[in-house]
Write a protein that binds this ligand. Sequence first.
Ligand code: AMP
Ligand code: MG
Length: 511
Amino acid sequence: MKLNLITQKFTSLFPGDFSGNTMQRQTPDVMFCTVKPAGFSNTELIDFNEKLSQEIGLGNLENDKDFLAAQNLPENVKTYATAYAGHQFGNWAGQLGDGRAIYAGEILSNNKQTEIQWKGAGATPYSRNADGRAVLRSSIREYLMSEAMFHLGVPTTRALSLSKTGEDVIRDIQYSGNPQKEPGAVVVRTAESFLRLGHFELLSARKQNDLLKQLADYAIENFFPEVSAHNNPTKYIDWFQAVCDRTLKMIIDWYRVGFVHGVMNTDNMSVLGLTIDYGPFSMMDGYDLEFTPNTTDLPGRRYAFGKQGQISHWNLAAFANAIFPLINDQEVLEKILDDFGKQFWVKHDKMLAEKFGFDEVLKEDEKFFTEWQQLMQDLNLDYTLFFQQLEKPIVEIQTDDFKDCFYRILSQNELKKISDFIEKYQARKGKNNISETESLELMSKTNPKFILRNYLLFEAIQDAENGNYEMFFKLKKALENPYENLFPEFNQKRPSKYDNQTGSSQLSCSS
Ligand code: AMP
Ligand code: MG
């Protein structure tokens, strides 16, 4: 790998604490602290994403397994962790920061900058009494899911490698007072930038307006080509609009593929509109607007599937407050936020229309979509498989085939609701301005044939913990081609034995 190309742009521009002190503390004057990875004695590389490495300019693996496990780093790599803040579950949480992410720096290739981080390589000043480690279980989840999202066409951070650390980590998965040893792991992840809404919230809360402006300028110049950076009197307003637009695109994509993030705190939201922080996420099996995989969120279901639009709006309002000193115009910010709410439904309906194979959204579609949603919700039909049943020449769609989407036995009355819906769908499709072939093409690139269901991850993790990575690599192959049905055995509803399985249908933040 071309590790000598890794630079330290961010740390050369912003104030930092270069003491290397890992003691957990408030760092009120700086935006990052230098920190060394813990060092592991018996690491094992499980997988390396060579294609991504080539793409970002790091090249092939050669003899750099050590780097991937944060070991024996070259001189030019000066590692650090950044400070950010955030609203967690709706409450201001103050300083948070990279508690177990350590940056290696950035690499520039073909005019594109990519930041490189290890997740799980040791404690930082921001670890808040935790160990800065990650377990194999959560690392496999992040490694595979972030790549699955990429291949589905959803904006996301990426995963470059997965290594075992050779060290055990203690975790209490269900927070039940039953801690267990688990194998530790490190993921190297990359993104154009890992800047979060929380980075800006922190500077704003500290009233460091000059730094806030400097960070906004840095973001705009480096990551927002759509915002004109020079001599633009509305630069920060345009930027806020761009952050909203990108967030909206990401959320609509989440709805398109059925992704539930699980912890949409503002510290877990990327300012670039990337899906970031893969924790207790889940792809949705049976359609349920109230579904959240996160056991910590179960009482309020703040981050449930159906609330993700609303919550992203809430998060952007918190971000608007944070960057207010750069704009000083409440009306204009409120207007952009209002628009976000309206645009959400426009884009959402457009996305649904594409899932159904409609070339445009008609006035009557609002009623059609509402009825569809009610049907899905009442019958808890499998979201992904449902659309696959529709993706056929209309005369071939059969009510009987939908049984593959059921998570319970349906009554005659409920079955009738499905056949009534199919009739309405067939009638609506007749109003298309595109041919049936074109409509099916539209559906086939909108509706995934493979989604990385939690139970599949659960099975891959169980095997990997026993040293068997066959399922891991098979899933990797499947997720690289999500619009093809390469592995029909994975294109099935969740087996009932996983209905209430911890680690499959129920996940905690313990990772
Ligand atoms: P999360 O909600 O998982 O994104 O984490 C919230 C905060 O806790 C972030 O600042 C994380 O860096 C930190 N954190 C979570 N898990 C750990 C861990 N095992 N070690 C250190 N910090 C952690
Ligand atoms: Mg986080």
